[in-house]
Ligand binder design. Structure first.
Ligand code: DC
Length: 234
């Protein structure tokens, strides 16, 4: 491989889409295949929500939540090991999917002061290359990401996936209601849309392996095209 094929900054793969579309599964698999750190940005909003709830901070208090985001920013880092990924120091991972966090995280995530702190943090964490997953990664955080994938899935499929990934004894109806409620909240506060240059992938009828294989194909063909068309400028 010639020098022209080596990107100047780290390669950024942005994965966006609604809850339960398969983002985390895909992002983790791609990060391993491409040997890039995995950053799940939902975890950051959840961690902030966890700490805010513990301290009794009002989820409508944009200023207090923005300050709290700045205060805990240093806890987020890329861990070590064979498969580096985002970790939040001092926060028990299981506490991030508890019902109180699930029900409040959208409200915490909607405040502009919170989002601007998170955006800068995410840019810093991903600067050396990353597979980053969230809602606004390809649109706001890394509008110049090398590859953007936007995942979709039919509502019923998203409910089934949420249930199997977080077995907590809730019925399909309960999970369906929770997913519908969070969609409604998420879309009100932070409209979810694909970047114009994102590859939209509907995962409804696909297995996990098919989604990963199709995405890897997209990543490789997009990176090749970028090198051919943009290589001479750099
Ligand atoms: O992907 P998730 O379900 O873990 O996300 C948790 C919440 O955080 C969800 O309500 C949307 C919000 N979020 C966001 O606003 N922006 C992101 N980049 C990631 C998540």
């Amino acid at each position: 491989v010639s020098d022209a094929a080596v990107p100047k900054r780290g390669t950024v793969v942005a994965i966006d889409g609604p809850a339960g579309a398969g983002k985390s599964t895909l992002a983790a698999a791609l990060s391993r295949a491409l040997d890039l750190p995995y950053v799940n940005t939902g975890l950051m909003y959840r961690a902030l929500t966890r700490v805010a709830l513990e301290r009794g901070i009002d989820v409508d208090d944009a200023g207090a939540l923005g300050s709290l985001a700045l205060e805990i920013a240093g806890r987020f880092r890329i861990g070590g090991g064979a498969h580096p990924e985002l970790v939040a120091d001092g926060i028990v991972p299981r506490s991030l999917t508890s019902p109180d966090v699930e029900s409040e995280v959208s409200r915490v995530a909607r405040h502009p002061p919170v989002r601007s702190v998170m955006r800068e943090l995410q840019r810093r964490l991903g600067a050396a290359g990353t597979v980053m997953e969230g809602r606004d990664i390809g649109t706001v955080v890394f509008p110049d990401a090398d590859v953007k994938i936007f995942l979709l899935a039919a509502p019923g499929v998203r409910v089934t996936r949420r249930q199997s990934e977080r077995p907590d004894g809730r019925s399909a109806e309960q999970v369906a209601r929770a997913v519908a409620r969070r969609d409604a909240l998420d879309s009100k506060t932070n409209p979810l849309e694909a970047a114009p240059d994102a590859h939209v992938l509907d995962t409804t009828g696909l297995t996990r392996e098919q989604v990963v294989a199709e995405s890897l194909r997209l990543v490789h063909s997009t990176l090749r095209a970028t090198v051919h068309h943009g290589g001479s400028e750099s």
